[in-house]
Write a protein that binds this ligand. Sequence first.
Ligand SMILES: N[C@@H](CCC(=O)N[C@@H](CS)C(=O)NCC(=O)O)C(=O)O
Length: 222
Amino acid sequence: MATKPKLYYFRGRGRMESIRWLLAAAGVEFEEEFIETAEQYEKLQKDGRLLFGQVPMIEIDGMVLTQTRAILSYLAAKYDLYGKDLKETVRINMYADGTLDLMLMIALAAFKPPAEKEESLALVAQKAQTRYFPVFEKILKDHGQDFLVGNKFSWADIQLLEAILMVEELNASVLSDFRLLQAFKTRISNIPTIKKFLQPGSQRQPPPDSHYVEVVRSILHF
Ligand SMILES: N[C@@H](CCC(=O)N[C@@H](CS)C(=O)NCC(=O)O)C(=O)O
């Protein structure tokens, strides 16, 4: 039996969450080692397995991988979520990079001083509504299919749902003007592997709280 992929990151979303989503959507079981102390992080650094001294890191198929984007594209290709040809793949990359940018803005806002945090999050929600979601609504309209690329479920769909749910945590009515995105959300949320991942008790992580921020700060010394 093949060993399960093993993920090394903090006990929170950050840059690892999209990797969790992609594995879960592909129906792949995975293990996690959560880094909770500076000593644990130093030990990983000393092992020399963190290519640039950074996480996320994952062990899969006899390899040690770092760099979020590289990991996601490997997984997308491995689990047939990366389009049928180069033209589909590059569109999946563009859409996924857009949602990664949006989600990174949300992840980084958690580390801002309390006085700036609320304002930053409100600005990101606004940017989602004015820059990102209109684009995806139009893509769905022009493409006229259930999925963003081709007529097949891909990494781009998984990540757009992840981003929608994240922005809805900031503003529950953010999709009110986007009829096709509302239907997309329902459709993709009902794919069995995703439905399972959305249930309580899955490996999906909650939004960052002050404890998470404190732990990460104390480990990374910033
Ligand atoms: N380009 C890298 C950035 C990784 C990154 O910045 N990781 C942070 C944690 S989320 C880290 O390890 N920071 C420690 C450091 O840069 O020394 C990726 O996308 O994976």
